[in-house]
Ligand binder design. Sequence first.
Ligand code: GLU
Length: 332
Amino acid sequence: MRKLTVSTLALVMAAGAYMGAGTGTAEAAKKFISIGTGGPTGVYFVVGQSVCRMVHKEAAEGRKKGRKHGIRCSAPSTAGSTYNISNIQAGELDFGVAQSDWQYHAYNGSSKFKDKAFKGLRAVFSVHPEPYHIIVAGNSGIKSWNDLKGKRFNIGNPGSGQRGTTEVLMESYGTKKSDFKLATELTSTEQSKALCDGKIDAYGYTVGVPNAGVSVATDGCGAKIINLKTGVEKKLVDGNPFYAFATIPKGTYKTTDSDVTTFGVMATFVTSADVPEDVVYEVTRAVFENIDDFRTLHPAFKNLDPKKMIMDALSAPLHPGAKKYYKEKGWM
Ligand code: GLU
């Protein structure tokens, strides 16, 4: 007999994005979820595709064992961290990848999110470290942040995490947009080509290591990554729980002939308190049941450690669906 349980109905009504596909039974009702990522050449895009892949794998294997979750997942390319958070808040996305600094500020209503706190933001897990890179053309002579003055610098597209973090650095160094010869707003996909074509002298990018986009500029046209380890970065790291010093190891790219020291954040996976518990539970479960696969899907994921992923760099409260799985595993 066809039946639609109250809980399924409540779930469908609670979140417009979850569409019953009319299969009739509660267990088989299809739910569509979307995960906000970043530019197509970034690591966030791979996080999103990987999570969907694990969700679909669990769906297929679960079907054989009579354990159905009915979730269908898509992970489109987006503008990045702050775009993802704002669109989760607006109910346009169910999940998203976001830098730990922007997770913190969105939840606490600070920095870019001043007077716009998103108290419904929920953490699910953290993913890979993301050093903040300043990548400079090989012949630009730029060796430090202050050398960027008078140069053509890509501050990043609005909505991206690096745009926000670049603005934080600008404020900390007392650098104004007008100090640059040109401040462009190119996306992460456009910036390396622009650098190699001689249209910009440098760009700022917060991204996992290694990254295909960065290698276009470094391996492709001799761009270099500079150190950021002055008193300014030290103050940022000392004063904020979401920043830490980070190393881009020697040999990562053709032009990294010694370790690069900079500061960085963590990539985190977030959702909204409005996303139903069973949906977040199934997504969390799919990720951690397949963590060995996850580690192989990008070199930036190779050190993923569940114990750290459920604790580190999360400033919004954990979503109850994620917590349920972590408790079941005895991790909490
Ligand atoms: N950290 C970047 C951002 O928040 C995205 C990096 C990536 O796409 O991997 O927008």
